[in-house]
Ligand binder design. Structure first.
Ligand SMILES: C[S@@+](CC[C@H](N)C(=O)[O-])C[C@H]1O[C@@H](n2cnc3c(N)ncnc32)[C@H](O)[C@@H]1O
Length: 474
């Protein structure tokens, strides 16, 4: 059977009657839109949805929270819905569907796919019912929200055990098989934590107790091009510890790294090379999308020299040098990080390495001369006073009609409740390092005070709602 390819799409809530489910459908524009605006495979799926709701509203009148799930080919999903119905609504919906849609299904509708699909679909059905916020009373929503820290910890710990990488190699396995294969865990405890992770969609769970990879656990594997493995481990590991001190941060307005890890955040990283390396990897694993955003949205064809300030291991500056063969680049970061960067992200191409300089320095003291400065996930680390010092350094050393390119979140204005990821990242900045995320107005004020003018803000599709904030000298 084709693998699961697309996420759950709940389209009705668990407590609606047939009448309500009709209303829900028309509210969302499905009612009079059958088969329109659909890409490949969509018309049949839309029809299925209509038929399913009609069928339920007229014949069963039972609570329902179905989900449309794409499992490879559309035609595979239809028997899965029929099977779900047959188990949820004893009385033969499965036969009903088989009969009505047999022309489309027959070729794929074998007993084997039926069994597998049923197990997958039931899992997703449960997921969709628990994920549908409107189906839960407020007290349950809040309780599940505050359990978020538990979820973070469970996901980061199974990732630390390399379970997703293992499942990617081997295919579905039970916890006992994983342990027999060398995973350092108690089989029952591992089964329980994987079962919990499967309940939020991180693994598939089959009736034989085996767990498989989903889209969510695929990005927890090291070799996924979208891998967030290391940052997921940091968020659910070291960074999560900082949150135990949130009350003190709220009370004092001061960062709490000293209370949690015994020293200021950056000093702690300097004193712990392993943590420094993991931090660098986490940054990189997080910022692949924002890096791609800079490559795709910013034109460096007229730039002679770019300085990547606080550039970590140098992934961005190296990618820029690869894209622009005449560009020269400087990677500036803390002196202790430079050897780690050279080791962890060694540049083997002499055409690139010959145009790349490393500079171990304090960016608040000095920055190299350049005609473009890139500060990716830097400004949000610092308070206004430090940022001003840093941006003024860039201004003073900028050659010609240079450009300042900061890549960070731009928070929605007051009164707009969007931007959840950036707003929670803002709290981490407050907790760890006296940093903050900024609104557009705050960005404008900062640029203005440092002698720059914003010419462009380009929002990116990344993990934290980041934008490229591009400026030139006033
Ligand atoms: C949040 S990370 C961002 C790394 C990278 N730009 C990215 O987007 O993945 C912040 C970086 O700033 C560096 N940094 C912190 N304080 C610094 C300082 N005073 N001078 C130079 N670099 C510093 C850290 O070592 C780290 O690499």
């Amino acid at each position: 059977m084709a693998p699961l390819t697309t996420a759950v799409r709940p389209f009705a809530c668990s407590s609606v009657s047939g009448k309500d489910s009709r209303r829900d459908r028309s509210d969302r524009g499905h009612g009079g839109n059958r088969g329109q605006n659909q890409s490949h495979g969509e018309p049949a799926r839309a029809n299925l949805r209509e038929d399913l709701l009609d069928h339920l509203s007229t014949e069963n009148r039972r609570p329902l929270c179905p989900a449309i799930v794409l499992i490879g080919d559309l035609h595979v999903i239809e028997p899965s819905i029929a099977l779900l119905l047959s188990s949820s609504f004893p009385g033969g919906s499965s036969d009903y569907y088989r009969e009505r849609r047999s022309g489309e299904q027959r070729s794929l509708y074998t007993r084997e796919t039926e069994r597998q699909t049923k197990s997958r679909f039931e899992r997703i059905y449960m997921q969709s019912t628990s994920a549908a916020p409107q189906a839960l009373p407020p007290q349950a929503v809040i309780v599940q929200m505050v359990m978020g820290g538990w979820v973070a910890r469970a996901i980061s710990d199974v990732s630390r055990l390399n379970i997703p990488d293992q499942l990617k190699k081997s295919g579905p396995m039970t916890a006992a098989e994983l342990v027999a294969g060398g995973v350092d865990a108690n089989p029952e405890a591992l089964q329980r934590v994987m079962r919990a992770c499967a309940s939020v969609g991180v693994f598939t769970e089959a009736v034989d107790g085996s767990f498989g990879l989903t889209e969510l656990s695929d990005v927890l594997t090291a070799d996924s091009p979208l891998s967030v493995k290391v940052i997921a481990q940091e968020i659910g590991g070291l960074w999560l510890k900082l949150w135990t001190a949130l009350a003190d941060a709220i009370r004092t307005g001061e960062p709490q790294a000293r209370q949690v890890v015994g020293m200021e955040w950056w000093d702690y990283l300097k004193a712990n090379p392993k943590e420094m390396e993991t931090f660098g990897e986490a940054m990189n694993s997080n910022s692949l999308n924002s890096m791609r955003g800079v490559l795709d949205n910013c034109d460096f064809s007229k730039v002679k020299k770019v300085a990547d300030i606080g550039g970590g291991f140098g992934h961005l500056v190296v990618a820029l040098l690869e894209k622009y063969p005449n560009l020269r680049g400087v990677l500036l970061d803390m002196p202790d990080l430079i050897p780690v960067a050279k080791h962890s992200f060694a540049v083997s191409d002499p055409n690139v390495s010959s145009r790349l300089e490393y500079m171990g320095a304090d960016m608040f003291e000095t920055v190299p001369r350049a005609d473009a400065y890139v500060l990716k996930h830097i400004v949000h680390d610092w308070d206004d006073e430090r940022c001003l010092r840093l941006l003024r350094n860039c201004h003073a050393n900028m050659d010609g009609d240079g450009r300042l390119i900061c890549v960070d979140s731009v928070l929605p204005p007051t009164g707009d409740i969007g931007g959840t990821a950036a707003k929670f990242l803002d709290l981490l900045m407050m907790l760890a390092i006296r940093g903050k995320e900024r609104t557009r107005k705050q960005w404008e004020e900062l640029y203005d005070a440092a002698g720059f003018r914003i010419i462009n803000i380009t929002p990116l599709q990344d993990n934290f709602g980041t934008s490229i904030v591009e400026g030139v000298k006033q």
